[in-house]
Write a protein that binds this ligand. Structure first.
Ligand code: GDP
Ligand code: PGA
Ligand code: MN
Ligand code: MN
Length: 623
């Protein structure tokens, strides 16, 4: 008999490795894994190699467990239904752990509850981790996922090791990041990595309510320790809580690394736009569920324009040796909001998502497809629909068919307009940065920052209507500075100073704009058609990048001169309502912003931002 006919068993701390090669792990990785094996006490270890075969085995397993069902209408597509208590990011249970509280969050005014992140001490963190993780993987497999945020080997990329007891997380991480052998191949004993521990958890009473989606909502905790580049996430299997490369690594830990190393980790899409053969790249920060994925994949309605997609959620950006800001998309896939996605609103997404995709919490059709609000014209009239909870649904039902935060998780390379440079190791050159949010009243379609300080102030004062991406209730207008409020890895006051400091790094700062697709008229309808028509706003931005004299100064910033926004072929746009600057509204707005800064940021607010605030307040008085 040849030796190779015998299965070779490997063990780690006495636990057998049932898949993958132990020898691909570096000394440091192995020590990390061993430490967490002792804590979590899994039954078996699976070291992910990232192969197709591994993936199809995991999908089979998930199907057997009832976590996913196949969607035979499409190619290699799957539907997961979560526990209804586990459908969004849990910001109130997300903490940053530092010795000093003031390193994590600004000190709010006496009697005011801080809303710029949650802090935990290292001792407290250790206690909470031990209480939850001790033995939490008993009877389960611990998956070891080596992954790269950013193209494997790019000088701008970073490596992580995620340990998880969820095969759904492995299959999703394989889409959202680059995993497996490609990553371990470039690691040696000097390679730094972010340590990411995740468990869906087991409730204290041992009762798993929904065995196809185990979780522990009552004890969910998402913890980050920037000092040791460590993430620990317990109790949730959902998206941003469990795919640790995304929000936890690329934004929270990422922003702390970026602060140390002098670059920016931001909640931004990246797109390329070509007009008359000239191409520019734009990054844009909008809060969750406010239009990033749509803008990143937009189909311009104006002839002569081409938009290409680099990323739809996160940008890592730094100034190169020539002072040019360059960005990479650290992700490998799109975790996009499903509801509202249709051939009318986002045809490019529709061409991307019907193969190799994991859908979560969307509705299902009797012909083996998916359905969500906005897909009314995309399905046969005679199909029956099952809602995200597994109950029969019809158009007269009072509840939505798909959860408002239901998502598709799909490989970026399937996007028909993926940018040829989307995996370029040096990143793409950024010419403009956009901020935006959902503002039904008062905020014009577009305005431009007057200078860099004003731009930083603009980002700092960003506000938006609450959405379903997090646990917030109701349509209140929330402060969401830089669209990063849920994702700051360190004190927001220090973050503002870091942004202000960029002025010292280059003479070639990008121009900055604030857009609002969501202003409503007195009839409650959107004043602007949005989606592909947003190219008209991008067109005006390009003119400004070319230094065209097409902007008028106003107290709040520069707005398009009359007739400089191309409205050709578009009827019924109420430009005066779209751009109306109401003195009373802006007085209230600046007061709210000032109050927010004073109450929430206090002494950590950089003086330059306080000055911008005072300046604007004075100008508004003369409006
Ligand atoms: P993201 O979470 O920031 O990536 O936001 P998405 O691009 O997924 O969009 C979230 C929701 O906003 C979806 O339901 C979209 O249909 C809707 N949306 C996106 N862009 C626009 C727009 O320009 N106008 C309007 N009215 N809705 C939009
Ligand atoms: P989104 O990403 O910004 O596309 O909604 C997910 C999230 O922020 O939770
Ligand atoms: Mn996001
Ligand atoms: Mn998105």
């Amino acid at each position: 008999l040849k030796l190779s006919n015998y299965p070779v068993f490997h063990h780690l701390r006495g636990i057998s490795v049932i898949h993958g090669d132990l020898n691909v792990l570096t000394e440091k990785v192995r020590a990390y894994v061993e430490d967490k094996i002792d804590l979590c006490q899994p039954d078996t270890i699976h070291i992910c190699d990232g192969t197709d075969r591994e993936n199809s085995n995991l999908l089979n397993l998930l199907q057997k467990q009832g976590t996913i069902v196949p969607l035979p209408k499409y190619q290699n597509c799957w539907l997961a239904r979560t526990n209804p208590a586990d459908t969004a990011r849990v910001e109130s249970k997300t903490f940053i752990c530092t010795e000093k509280k003031s390193d994590t969050i600004p000190t709010p005014e006496e009697g005011v509850k801080g809303s710029l992140g949650n802090w935990m001490s290292p001792e407290h963190m250790d206690k909470e981790v031990i209480a939850r993780f001790t033995g939490c993987m008993k009877k389960r497999t611990m998956y070891v996922i080596p992954f790269s945020m950013g193209p494997v080997g790019s000088p701008l990329s970073k490596i992580g090791i995620q340990l998880t007891d969820s095969a759904y997380v492995v299959a999703s991480m394989r889409i959202m990041t680059r995993i497996g052998q490609a990553v371990t191949n470039i690691m040696d004993d000097t390679t730094e990595f972010v340590k990411c521990l995740h468990s869906v958890g087991t409730p204290l009473n041992g009762v798993v309510e929904n065995p196809s989606w185990p979780c522990d909502p009552e004890r969910t905790l998402i913890l980050h320790k920037p000092q040791t580049n460590e993430i620990v996430s317990y109790g949730s299997g959902y998206g941003g809580n469990s795919l640790l490369g995304k929000k936890c690594f690329a934004l929270r830990i990422g922003s702390t690394i970026a602060k140390r190393e002098g670059w920016l980790a931001e909640h931004m899409l990246i797109l390329g736009i070509t007009k008359n053969g000239k191409k520019r790249y734009i990054a844009a920060a909008f809060p969750s569920a406010c239009g990033k994925t749509n803008l990143a994949m937009m189909t311009p309605t104006l002839p002569g324009y081409k938009v290409e997609c680099v990323g739809d959620d996160i940008a890592w950006m730094r100034f190169d040796e020539n002072g040019q800001l360059r960005a990479i998309n650290p992700e490998n896939g799109f975790f996009g909001v499903a509801p509202g996605t249709s051939n009318a609103s986002n045809p490019i997404a529709m061409k991307t998502i019907f193969k190799n995709t994991i859908f979560t919490n969307v509705a299902q059709t009797s012909d083996g497809g998916v359905y969500w609000e906005g897909m009314e014209n995309e399905i046969n009239d005679n199909v029956e629909i099952t809602d995200w909870l597994g109950k029969p649904w019809n158009k007269n039902s009072k509840t939505p068919a798909a959860h408002p935060n239901s998502r598709f998780c799909t490989p970026a390379k399937q996007c028909p307009i993926i940018d040829p440079l989307w995996e370029s190791p040096e990143g793409v050159p950024i010419s403009a940065i956009l901020f935006g949010g959902r503002r039904p009243v008062g905020v014009p379609l577009i305005h431009e920052a007057k200078n860099w300080r004003h731009a930083v102030f603009m980002g700092a004062s960003l506000r938006s209507e609450a959405t379903a991406a997090a646990e917030h209730k109701g349509k209140i207008i929330m402060h969401d500075p830089f669209a990063m409020r849920p994702f700051f890895g360190y004190n927001f006051g220090h973050y503002l100073q870091h942004w202000l400091n960029m002025e010292k790094r280059t003479t070639n700062l990008p121009k900055v704009f604030l857009v609002n697709w969501f202003r409503k008229g007195s009839d409650g309808k959107f004043l602007w058609p949005g989606f592909g028509e947003n190219c008209r706003v991008l067109d005006w931005i390009l003119k400004r990048l070319d230094n065209e004299d097409c902007a008028d100064n106003t107290p709040i910033g520069l707005i398009p001169k009359k007739d400089s926004l191309n409205l050709e072929g578009l009827n019924g746009i109420d430009m005066s309502e779209l751009f109306k600057l109401d003195a009373e509204f802006w007085e209230q707005e600046i007061n709210a912003i000032q109050k927010y800064f004073e109450e929430q940021v206090g002494k950590d607010l950089p003086p330059a931002i306080r000055e911008e605030c005072d300046k604007l307040k004075n100008e508004i008085k003369n409006m």
